[in-house]
Structure formats: C-alpha cells, structure tokens
Design a protein around this ligand. Structure first.
Ligand code: ACO
Length: 309
C-alpha cells in the first residue's frame, strides 16, 4: 500500500473571537479593508489559560473518537507547527503523553510554515510505510497570535489560532503528491528567539498565484486525472482572492473550493485541516470523493496531494 486515506478529522479553536472591528481598535484598519483584501471577518486568538498544546490535544481527541480506532494502534504522531509552546520537547511528545499513546511511537514536530499539513501527509505516509504502522496521527496547530506584532497592520489582522487533526491509514486508493521548496529567508519569517511574523505580503501573493496553479496542474496530471475529475479543492486559507485566482486559472467553479477563511483567518499549518474538517462535518466531502489539498507558504514551500476519501 503506497497511498494514504484520511479516516477522520477533528478541530479546535480558542473561545475568543476577534472581529475585524476588534482589530480596528488595535491598528489603523477597517472591516471593509480586511474583507475586501482578504475575505476574512473573524479569527480566534488564545486567551490566558489556553495554549497550543490544549488546542492540538482537543483536535486529536476529536479525530481519534470519530475514527473509532484503538489509540494503541497509532504508530506515528506528527505535529505541523511553527508556534508550539516549547522549542523542546516537541508538541508531538506532549500529545503522546496527554493522550496516553503507546511508547514505541515515533513523535516529532514538522515546520514547513503554511505548507505544514501537506508536508506532514507526505512524511507520515513515508514513515508509516517504512515502519508498517496501522494508523498515524497528523496534527496542524498554530497559536500565531503569540507571534504577531500587534502594531503591524500588514500582518496582525491576517492570522488566527487553531488546530486540526487527522487519523490516517495506509491505503491502495488514489494518492499522488507534489512537494517543493525554493529556499528563501525574506518572504515570510519569524526570527529566533522571540521574533514576530514578518511578511512581504505582495511578494507572497505573487508567489502564490504564480506557483500554485503549476503545482495543481502537475499533481492532477501525475494522478492521471483532469481538473474536472477533482470533486473538491481544499486550498490553504491565506486570502480569498488567491483562491479565486487559482479557481479561475484551473477553470473550476468556486463551489468546488472549500472556503472558511472568513471564520478563522490564516491559521498556517492548521488551515487545510480546518477546512477539511468543516467540509466533512457539513457533509460536503464524502467517502469516495477525489480531493486535492494544496498549501504554500514560508520557506518558500509548496505542496499538493490528490487523495480519495
Ligand atoms: N488595513 C488597512 N490598510 C492596510 C492594511 C490593513 N490591515 N495592511 C496594509 N494596508 C495598506 C498598506 O499600507 C498600503 O497602503 P499604501 O498604499 O498607502 O502604501 C495598502 O494597504 C495596500 O497594501 P498592499 O500590501 O499592496 O495590499 P494588498 O492588496 O497586497 O493586500 C495582503 C495585502 C492582504 C497581505 C496580500 O498581499 C496577501 O494576502 N498576501 C499573501 C499573504 C499570504 O498568502 N500569506 C500566506 C503565507 S503565510 C505563512 O506561510 C506563515
């Protein structure tokens, strides 16, 4: 078995909702500007007492419960993140402990910016194949509100906190991936030890609209499919205009694109997982559907997979 199947997903977001009007009380911005330029209305930020590990744990518990599996059969845990509570130990180790997963598990964090979840799918697949594991637990979790300069209106309105988890198993069903990196320090970065998100917004926008259609074209071709064969496109939720531009380039209707950016903002490594989870919950994505998941971001990184649900 060389492919991967997503058995179930789960999600968690902090209780506190921060509206565009709330952001306008902090920086010189407006609901109209944010909505028009990004499609965002609300994002969630952690409050005192909430943290990254709590969100990741809650999402993971929900996914495991829905998958209805024995948690002792989970052999790999990967948390995709750039904003965990600790540099070390990894969030994945904390999850192993909190969920009481078996000890001969391989557990680590993966940092690939907003492409994390897609890099994570490819990595967990390879590890599960190599180690012949029954199930894997993939989590994308971010608390980017802790990494934002709340005086920089060019970035602080864009990001939200949240976590999404998926229980996966090896499968003979359709699975194709395209992953890439074009090493760059400047476009988006968070400097150690206590840096804030720095982003060249326009540069990132141009990179996304130029790169993503090519990545989608490649992964669809490698899967032996056409754009029409894909039932749903689950894109990284960075900007509604980017998603619309991609839909136009691949000549697919917007109702085949899962969009929830208005409710969560850009949650980086959690974004495609949150979108997948909502689409499952709403009964939009169903077993047997062919789904293309695609993300891009800091690094510069990009990745797309086509999977059958
Ligand atoms: N409110 C009001 N005005 C603002 C705001 C704000 N929040 N932010 C910037 N502006 C102003 C700018 O200062 C500028 O003003 P000026 O013309 O007087 O100089 C004007 O708005 C236009 O700024 P632009 O940067 O040109 O605005 P743009 O239309 O490009 O939108 C945005 C900015 C939303 C950031 C867009 O470029 C974008 O979405 N880029 C992609 C971001 C992305 O995809 N990130 C994903 C990866 S993130 C990761 O991997 C962690």
């Amino acid at each position: 078995m060389t492919g991967i199947r997503i058995l179930a997903t789960g999600k968690a977001v902090p209780k506190r909702e921060v509206t565009n009007d709330d952001m306008a009380k902090i920086v010189d911005t407006s609901d109209e500007w944010i909505k028009q330029r990004t499609g965002m209305s609300v994002r969630h930020h952690v409050s005192d007492g909430e943290n990254h590990t709590m969100l990741a744990e809650q999402a993971a518990r929900a996914a495991i419960e829905r998958a209805n599996i024995n948690k002792d059969d989970i052999g790999v845990v990967i948390v995709c993140t750039v904003s965990a509570d600790y540099y070390s130990p990894s969030a994945a180790c904390l999850i192993q402990g909190r969920l009481g997963l078996k000890k001969d598990v391989i557990a680590f964090d993966l940092g690939a910016g907003c492409s994390g979840f897609v890099f994570g799918l490819e990595t967990i697949r390879a590890l599960m194949m190599a180690r012949k594991e029954k199930y894997g637990l993939l989590i994308g979790a971010e608390v980017l509100s802790k990494k934002m300069d709340m005086t920089d209106r060019g970035t602080c309105v864009l990001f939200g906190d949240g976590a999404a988890a998926a229980v996966v198993e090896l499968s003979d069903k359709l699975y194709t991936s395209v992953i890439g990196v074009d090493g760059d320090e400047e476009m988006i970065n968070i400097k150690t030890p206590n840096g804030y998100i720095h982003m060249d917004g326009q540069g990132t926008y141009k990179f996304a609209v130029a790169t993503v259609p090519k990545v989608i074209e490649q992964v669809v071709k490698d899967a032996g499919l056409t754009y029409d064969d894909i039932d749903y496109y689950v894109m990284h939720q960075a900007n509604l205009r980017i998603i619309e531009s991609i839909a136009k380039k691949v000549k697919q209707p917007m109702d085949k694109f899962i969009v929830n950016i208005e409710k969560y903002g850009n949650t980086s490594a959690a974004s495609v997982g949150l979108a997948l989870d909502e689409a499952f919950e709403e009964g939009r994505i169903k077993p047997g559907d062919k789904v293309l998941i695609c993300a891009f971001g800091a690094g510069r990184t990009w990745g797309a997979v086509v999977v059958e649900m």
